[in-house]
Design a protein around this ligand. Sequence first.
Ligand SMILES: [Zn+2]
Length: 164
Amino acid sequence: MANLGCTCGRRMSSTNLPSDNIIYVFPKKGVRETLELNPDISLLDYERDYNRELEYWYCTECRRVHVVDNVPCGKVLTVYESDRGSETYSPSELPLASEPDFFYVFSEKELYDEEECDNPANLAEWIERQGIMHYYCISSDKNTVYKRELGGKYRKVYSKEKSR
Ligand SMILES: [Zn+2]
């Protein structure tokens, strides 16, 4: 998909690379399994090959994230709206599934900037350097997204839009 309209009225586009509207969600489990098989894999190779069943569209206006089926004219499956909480939680206090989904989120621009610099990090270096500040998890009911902060506590940052 090349264009998507946000609930707030803003039009998002993935035509210009890197796009401000595309974000990459790397599951921690997938990263770990990839690094076990190929510890030296480049960031670019991982990014090219990782599971792309879904696209994640980010609106720079209202910060909503749209989860979209990655097929031509794919359906918007879920919309998350920015919903920053005041409280922080330790991981054991979060309503996570028994096999929790932790993941790293990067903007397309962040990845492209790294891949195009003179000495780009490989996946392992990138995750070690950047991952900790881009580390998230989602509640077992998939309604709430938490972000890790300095000190290892988590804060609510996104909620599923109720009208969906
Ligand atoms: Zn928007």
